[in-house]
Design a binder for this molecule. Structure first.
Ligand code: GTQ
Length: 348
């Protein structure tokens, strides 16, 4: 094991010789390969919506959704410059779709989530079914499903995109293709999947899909908010999370997206959360309320429509000034499936 410092000439000569046979000494790199604790490159960061909204709208005058394919401003973590990543394992971006525009149909092995930040009445179509969206709605486009976006309303729509691009990239399993038509034909009426699979019922002869893909792809905010409001009446707040729900695939009870955990939480007004750490780096989108999150030595203040990142294993605590509602996503399902996920509460 190397203690660092200069490498003796005899060893260096050996290293140089074995390098010609594509070998290298583990002991020179062991402690950087097998670390005692996570060392994410991502840093805590917040994008205040009132500071970025004009830039997002300005992009609408520079390129059309059709030309761009997806007109998105990537939310790139300053600790991961040049990588297009928001955390060490996830991508995030702000997508704009103007009235009358469509973003053409395509599919890819990356799974995507949309979380609506502004606007009402634009749609995402997944496998020929449209979901008309409103702020706070959560929509998924599962792996290898055709999807296109369109805005038939009079106002722009802006949503937060979350994709597992770095995870798919790690496994070198990326495939993508464009649809022969810009917009898919309508195969089912809007709202069909939610009615069939998203109301606590399933068709009587329903068989789970062979892939872990949720048959529900639209989770409207009104329902999520109502669930949280009802649960709040029981007053059983978690010391770190307030009330926190996970979006699920109704076939399995597992995550709505196999690679990305998605959550909505309610913090009561005046909430002062306890310290928490987890191995999944998280991206938050604020729906309602103002507050702040202490992450290590930094404090990020947030309000409605802001996006912020808590890096993997960073000790953090939320405080809410008003009653607050936070959407978040992370790679937790992947970590859990592989037996890697850990959490720690308080200073233990
Ligand atoms: O809407 O399909 O932000 O394919 C990045 C890649 C959005 C999308 C992104 C994508 C999409």
């Amino acid at each position: 094991m190397s203690g660092g410092g200069a490498i003796p000439a005899e060893r260096q000569a050996f290293y140089d010789r074995i390098a010609t046979r594509n070998m290298a000494p583990l002991w020179e790199v062991f402690h950087s390969l097998v670390r005692r604790e996570p060392t994410p490159a991502a840093r805590p960061v917040v994008w205040h919506y009132d500071e970025i909204r004009d830039d997002i709208l300005e992009s609408g005058g520079l390129i059309s959704a059709m030309e761009a394919e997806r007109r998105v401003l990537v939310l790139e973590n300053p600790g991961l410059a040049g990588t297009s990543m928001a955390t060490d394992t996830l991508y995030a971006g702000m997508q704009l779709i103007l009235p009358g525009e469509i973003a053409p149909a395509h599919r890819h092995t990356q799974s995507a989530l949309r979380f609506v930040v502004e606007g009402e009445g634009a749609y995402t179509a997944v496998e020929g079914e449209r979901a008309y969206m409103a702020p706070g709605d959560f929509v998924i486009t599962p792996t290898w499903c055709w999807h296109d976006h369109g805005n038939e309303a009079a106002e722009p729509m802006i949503w937060l995109d979350g994709l597992d691009i770095p995870i798919v990239g790690l496994f070198k399993t990326t495939f993508a293709e464009g649809h022969e038509d810009d917009a898919q034909g309508e195969a089912r009426p809007a709202g069909d999947s939610l009615a069939r699979y998203g109301t606590g019922l399933l068709p009587v002869d329903h068989e789970p899909a062979s892939r872990p893909v949720s048959p529900v792809f639209h989770y409207p905010y009104a329902r999520t908010r109502e669930a949280l409001a009802q649960m709040a009446r029981a007053e059983d707040w978690d010391a770190c999370h307030g009330l926190k729900l996970a979006y699920v695939n109704p076939e399995t009870g597992g995550p709505a997206i196999a690679t990305m955990g998605t959550y909505m939480q309610l913090l009561p007004a005046g909430f002062v959360g306890q310290d928490y750490q987890a191995t999944d780096g998280q991206i938050f989108s604020v729906v309602e309320g103002r507050g702040r999150t202490r992450i290590g030595d930094e404090v990020l203040s947030w309000g409605p429509r802001d996006t912020f990142v808590v890096p993997a294993w960073a000790r953090h605590a939320h405080e809410a000034v008003d009653e607050a509602v936070l959407f978040s996503f992370s790679d937790r399902p992947v970590q859990r499936a592989l037996g890697l996920w850990r959490e720690r509460r308080g200073n233990a």
